[in-house]
Design a protein around this ligand. Sequence first.
Ligand code: C2E
Ligand code: CA
Ligand code: CA
Length: 672
Amino acid sequence: MSQQQNSHASSPAPAPSAPLRQLIRSDQLMALRQTVLLSMPVNMLLGLISTVVAWRSDKLAIALVWLTCSGLVNIARVLACRIPVQRLAAALPFLRERHSHRTDADSVTELNLRLHALLALLSGIVWAGVPLLCEGYTAPETLFYLTCVCGITAGAVTHGFAFARIPICFITPPLLSIIFCLATIDTSTTRVALAAAVLLYLAALIRGAKVSEGLVSHASALKNEATAANQALEVAHQDLHRFAQKMQYQAEHDLLTGLLGRAGFMEAAPRMVARQEYALCMMFLDLDGFKVINDAYGHEAGDQVLIEVARRLRASLPEGATLARLGGDEFVILYALAPQAEPPEQLARRLIAAIRQPFARLAHRHIGLSLGITVTCSHDINEMLVCSDAAMYQAKRRGRNQFCVFNDALNAHLQMKRDVERDLADALAQRQLEVWFQPIIQHDGHTLDGFEALLRWRHPRHGPIAPPDLIEIAALAGLSEELLRFIVGEVGTMIGFLQARGRPDLRVSMNISPREMERILVDELVAEMLRSQQLPAQMLEIEITEETALDLQAASQSLVALAMLGVSIAIDDFGVGYSSLGFLRQMRVSRVKIDRSFVTGLTEQTENQALVAAVLQLSGSFGFQVVAEGVESAEDLHTLQALQCHAMQGYYFAQPMPAAQARQMVNAPARA
Ligand code: C2E
Ligand code: CA
Ligand code: CA
C-alpha cells in the first residue's frame, strides 16, 4: 500500500499542499538524522562482532576489508547527520535533479534525503557482503550471521520509521543476498524454505517501513497544520490588536490637531482626577472670530489655524495638564492646583496672549480667545464642563479675549436653566407658555403697523424666564420643534384674528433663532400653519439676526422657501453683528430692524443718528423698510421722525402684552 493510501487510511484529509509537504519532509529529515546517529553504535558493534567471528573462522583478512568498508560508510553517515543541511546540500551538486535550478529549502531537504538514501544503500551493500565471511551462508557460523543480518535489518526498520526510503535502501541488499545464497548455494528444502521466509520478511519489513512513514508524516502534517494555524492565529491576533489600537487612537484623538478628542478626554480626565489630592482647575476655551476666518479664508486655512492654536496651547500648558479639543474651535484644559501650580487667572492671561499673536495664514487678522474657568474639589468632569462652559459664555458676553471664573451668580443661572429644562416639557403640554405681542408703529408715531410676537413664561420658582434662555434650554431639552410649533400656532391665531377684523394690512413678525433655523424645517412648519388656517403669507414676517443671515449654508434654503411663500424677511438687531449687504439684496429683505442699543437715547448720540441715517439711505436703493427698536422717549421718536424712519417699536408706544390686550388695540382708534 502506498504511503498516501496509508495516510488516507488514518485520516480522510486531502493530500498535503506543497508548503505542507515541504514541512513534513523537513520533519522527516530531522527525525532521520537523529535515528541514524542512534543506530550507528549498534551497526558498528555488530560489524566488530562479525569480524571477530570471521577471525575465529580464519577469515580475518576479508573481514578486515569488510569492516573497513563498513566503517567508512558509517563515518560518512555520521558526517551526513552532523554537517548542517544547507552546507551539505551545497556540496552535493551531483545529487541535484537534472534541469532543476531550485535552491530553496525544498531542494536542500531533498538533497539531504537523497544523500542519506545513497549512504543507506551503500551501508546495505556492505552488509550484503556478509556471505563472503561465511561462504554464502553455508559455514557453521551461518546461524550467527543470519541472526545478525536479520536483526540489523529489523533494527533499521525500527529506527527508520520516519522516512521509509532509508531502511528500504539499507535492508534490501543484505536480505536479497541472503535469499540469493539460500536459494542458489547448497539448495536443500530447508534452505529454500528459509529463503522464501526471508523474502517474506523483506516484504513485511518494507511494508512496515512504509506504514510507519505514513503514520509519521500524518502526525507531522497534523503538527505542522496546528503550528501554521497557531501562527496564522497569532498574526491575526497581532493584526487585530494593532487595528484595535489604531481605532482606539482615532476614537480618542482629534486627528487634525493630534490632541485628545472629546471621547478621549472623557476617558482620560476621570483617571487623572482620581489621583488628585488638590483642587482642580478646568478651563473651557473658545476662539473668538474663528467662524468668520473659516468663511473668509476657507476651511483649509481654518484647519491650519486650529493646528497652530493647538500648538500654542500645548506650548503654554502647565506641567501635568491635560489638553483636549472638544470640537470645532472649543478646547479644554484640566490641571491640578498643586501649591506651586500657576494661578488660573495668570494662565488665562498667558493663553490669551499666546493666541493673540498674529497667524501667518491670516494677514492683518487676529484671533481671540474666550475662557471660562472653574475651580473645584468635585471630581465630576461633566459638572466641571457645564460650569466652565457657562463661565466661557459669560466671558464671551463681555467681548473678545476675556476670561470669567465660574461664580455664585453663574451657578444660580445654571440652576435656573436646569430647573427650566426639567419643567419645560410639562409647561408646554399644559400650555403655561404664552406668546405676547408688542405693537410696531408707523412713522407718524401712532398708526399701528403690526406686532412682534415675543415668547413669555413665568417659572413657578424663577419667575419670568428671558426668551433667549428659553430657546436655548428648549434646544437642550430637545423641545425646539414643539416650542416653535406652539409659537407659530399662536402667531397664526393672531393673524387669523387680524384677517377676520378686516385688517390684512397689519403684519405679525416672529423671531427665529439661528439654532432653530439650522435644526428645524422652519419653512415646512410655517407653510403647514398658513395652509391649514388658510392665512395669507403676506401677513407674516420672520425676523432673523444678522448671524443667521450670514450663515447662508444653513439658512438660505429655508429662507428662500419662506420668501417664495410670500413671507417677509426682516433682519433683527441690525448693527451689532457683521453686516452683509449682499445678503440684504439677495434675499430681498423687506425690513431691517435697527438694534435698540443704537436707538434708545438716540437724540443725544450723533454717531448713532449717523448710523440710522446711513441705513435709511441704503434702504432706498435696496428696497427695504427700516424699523427702529427700543424707542423709549418722545425725543427719540421725534429724532427718528426727522430722520424719516419708516416704523418704530418700543416702550414709549407700548410694552409687549398678552394677545387679548393686543387685540383690543386693533379695535381702538389708531393711537397706541
Ligand atoms: P428682540 O427680537 O430684539 O425683541 C425685542 C426685545 O426688546 C423684547 O425683549 C422686548 O420686550 C424688548 N423691548 C421692546 N421695546 C423695548 C424698549 O423700548 N426698551 C427696552 N429696553 N426693551 C424693549 P424680550 O421679549 O425679552 O425678548 C428678548 C429677545 O428674545 C428678543 O429680542 C428675541 O431675540 C428673543 N425672542 C423673544 N421671543 C422669541 C421667540 O418667540 N422666538 C425666538 N426665537 N426668539 C425670541
Ligand atoms: Ca425681534
Ligand atoms: Ca431686536
